[in-house]
Design a protein around this ligand. Structure first.
Ligand code: HQG
Length: 180
């Protein structure tokens, strides 16, 4: 399977595990975990393909674990819109974090802050190149905002770090944002 096909399957797995499990006949548990066998059936893919998607994934979006019951399960490490409890523990972020977005969103963000939208958290990157890549998904000009995570932590905002290194927070008020 070539890289393009892998990305195509990865997007379907993301859709199934984060947003629309019902569409694939899947029922994630409270932590967002789904038996691997159900994913293979639901998406009509073979095990080798799913393993390739999990292993090759540029962002390590998916985690696989074997439960105490011996069943192997998979979940997305972040980015859900379905209700899941990832059971993340608060972590101390680096002093500065970054958020990449489109130029068109800039005025609204500087006025009202970063909102989580359909997802559970606002997603922040630990470095500028990663933030730039996230912002580039929107098309058009990319802007990277700097978040004063140290000040937010000092003021009691809780940060979480997903298993694949994305920093998560409920919201970022405008006072902590510096524009491009
Ligand atoms: C914008 C991908 C106007 C925000 C990435 C973003 C990430 C506002 C969009 C993960 C706003 C939401 C998440 C405001 C926020 N006014 N626009 N007040 N507040 N926005 O996709 O951070 O590849 O839900 O700037 O790598 O872009 O799928 O969030 O542009 O980690 O694994 O509203 O998704 O991960 O968009 O991306 P999203 P995001 P995967």
């Amino acid at each position: 399977m070539d890289q393009r096909d892998l990305v195509r399957v990865s997007k379907r797995v993301s859709l199934a595990l984060r947003h629309r499990p019902d569409r694939f006949g899947l029922t994630p548990d409270g932590g967002g975990w789904v038996p691997v066998g159900d994913v293979l059936t639901g998406l009509a893919i073979d095990r080798a393909t799913l393993e390739a998607v999990v292993a090759d994934n540029d962002k390590q979006r998916f985690a696989v674990e074997r439960g105490a019951d011996g069943v192997e399960r998979i979940r997305a490490s972040q980015g859900h819109s379905i209700p899941v409890d990832l059971d993340l523990t608060p972590a101390v972020p680096p002093d500065l974090l970054y958020h990449g977005t489109s130029q068109g969103a800039l005025d609204s963000i500087m006025a009202t802050g970063l909102h989580r939208g359909d997802r559970h958290h606002v997603h922040l990157s630990a470095d500028v190149p990663t933030a730039r890549r996230v912002g580039a998904r929107r098309g058009g000009a990319v802007v990277v905002l700097t978040v004063d995570a140290a000040a937010m932590t000092g003021d009691g905002h809780l940060f979480y770090r997903s298993a694949n290194g994305v920093w998560l927070v409920d919201a970022v008020p405008p006072a902590y944002l510096t524009g491009p």
